[in-house]
Design a protein around this ligand. Structure first.
Ligand code: KIV
Ligand code: ZN
Length: 513
């Protein structure tokens, strides 16, 4: 029997980015999209263009840059969303508009307050409008897994009649059980014969831990597109983990008899890259990409592995691009070792960036006996996220902080804002709060500090401080920035100033359009 081809649809940059704390800048999204293309993903859902200017810009840049992959944008089933989505995806070699409306009883009655007939009418209009721009239109009846089977079929029929080329069946709240979800897909094929002429896709959330199993059960029932996210990130418990789907299809090809166009050796890098950029850590026991996946602790297992790896390993580390963390970095490490380690971590660096990181590693090794892998990654993140001279509308010239017991922490700052010197002082609950309050006295008050996180990378009291912050502006655009220093206050000031510059750069770019 001929192998079926399954389309892999990655929504890391849209649904995945909805994970709390996972927001990425436009440039970071471009880096991830490039890596997804290297991995061999067929469709990249790059964002939700109407959601914010930043989302729009990211989808547009990805559509302009990434070749050979379908670039998709999400739109609710209304004209404004669909028009905005097309404005962003139209630059792609292969654009797709993905439009959706909820169909389950609870969503219809409580959220949309619309009748079944009204929803079918909205579906028809939305799909037709999307089709007037673009041949490739995907439609999703949101919360399909909790929609009555007959009504789901009615909506799907209307979407196909109106021109949808892909019908996606989402388990929006991760409610389905695998055999039940497979039955739903079979029911669809049996009751909507037109479904055989389009691509039937599935999009499963992981609230009960069934996302991957439900997606694979649906493939067995005839679905030919699977949607998911790298590392399984996404709303609440996340989406189906794409690397798990891929390795199921590859490792058990005897069972699935499926073909996919993926280079599995890029999996590990893709996973690490995403984790490095979002700061969302990968659990050590996470299937396929966790640090323990190829480690064998028990004596019996070690003995078996030494005789023949197949005794306890169903995949080879090599298959997923895992080369082992064998590189030890110290002050004598050269550019090649550092570059090799960072390449394993998904970084694609210029010679100049490698040189800068190498110098910083040596400086750190002089102070701290051991430089760990996480230190090198943090330094690389810091160097690759530097703003150019022209992008720095605000510069810190000097600052001082006074703190101690029985006193109110006080700070003074001297900044250069658009070339003009500004001096301010402030107090706060702690030294970081005081310096942040001082900075904010001279900065556009529409920018708000939403989140502040501090992490000690490795080591003890001399560890590197890794500060990440989130700012928002008056249009609710989010700017994420991160900075590294041995001094917590310096790292905080650097991160805040970098975040402010990112926001100002964005505003300047919008003004010159
Ligand atoms: O989970 C969901 O239903 C979605 C749709 C927009 C496809 O993300
Ligand atoms: Zn979703």
């Amino acid at each position: 029997m001929d192998k079926r081809r399954i389309i892999l649809f990655d929504t890391t940059l849209r649904d995945g980015e909805q994970s709390p704390g996972a927001s990425l800048t436009v440039n970071e999204k471009l880096v991830v999209a490039n890596q997804l293309a290297r991995l061999g993903i067929d469709v990249i859902e790059a964002g939700f263009p109407i959601a914010s200017e930043g989302d729009f810009e990211a989808v547009k840049q990805i559509a302009k840059t990434i070749k050979g992959v379908t670039i998709c944008g999400l739109a609710r089933a209304n004209e404004a969303d669909i028009d905005r989505c097309w404005e962003a995806v139209k630059y792609a070699e292969k654009p797709r508009i993905h439009t959706f409306i909820a169909t389950s009883k609870v969503h219809r009655e409580e959220k949309l307050k619309k009748s079944k007939e009204e929803i079918i009418e909205i579906t028809r209009k939305a799909v037709k409008r999307a089709k007037s721009y673009c041949d490739d239109v995907e439609f999703s009846p949101e919360d399909a897994a909790r929609t009555s089977l007959d009504y789901m079929c009615d909506v799907v029929r209307a979407a196909i009649e109106s021109g949808a080329t892909t019908i996606n069946i989402p388990d929006t709240v991760g409610y389905a059980e695998p055999p039940e979800f497979a039955d739903r897909i079979r029911y669809l094929f049996d009751h909507v014969p037109e479904a055989n002429n389009v691509i039937i896709s599935v999009h499963c959330h992981n609230d009960l831990g069934n996302a991957v199993a439900n997606s694979l059960a649906a493939v067995k029932a005839g679905a030919s597109q699977i949607e998911g996210c790298i590392n399984g990130i996404g709303e609440r418990a996340g989406n189906a983990a794409l690397e798990e789907i891929i390795m199921n299809l590859v490792t058990r090809k005897d069972f699935f008899n499926i073909e996919i166009g993926v280079n599995t050796r890029e999996i590990y890098k893709t996973s690490r890259l995403l984790s490095n950029l979002t700061g969302l850590e990968i659990p050590r026991n996470k299937p396929i990409v966790g640090a323990n996946v190829f480690a064998h602790e028990a004596g019996i297992h070690q003995h078996g592995i030494l005789q023949n790896r197949e005794t306890y390993e169903i995949m080879k580390p090599d298959d997923v691009g895992w080369t082992g963390e064998s590189l030890v970095i110290g002050k004598h490490s050269g550019k090649h070792a550092i570059s090799a380690l960072l390449c394993e971590e998904g970084f694609h660096l210029t010679d100049e960036q490698i040189q800068q990181i190498t110098e910083k590693v040596k400086e750190l090794a002089d102070k701290q006996k051991l430089v760990e892998r996480d230190d090198v990654i943090a330094l690389a993140r810091d160097v690759t996220n530097q703003l150019t001279e022209e992008e720095q509308y605000v510069k810190i010239e000097e600052f001082a902080v006074f703190t101690g017991s029985n006193m109110t922490p006080t700070a003074s700052v001297k900044l250069r804002v658009y070339g003009e010197q500004k001096i301010a002082s402030g107090t706060g609950d702690g030294p970081v709060d005081a310096v942040s309050n001082a900075i904010w006295k001279v900065i556009d008050p529409s920018l708000k500090l939403m989140e502040y996180n501090l992490k000690a990378i490795t080591g003890g009291t001399d560890a590197l401080a890794d500060v990440s912050i989130k700012l928002s502006d008056e249009s609710d655009n989010i700017y994420v920035s991160r900075a590294l220093d041995e001094d917590i206050i310096k790292a905080s000031v650097k991160a805040i100033i970098k975040g402010i510059n990112k926001a100002l750069n964005y505003k300047e770019r919008m003004l010159t359009k």
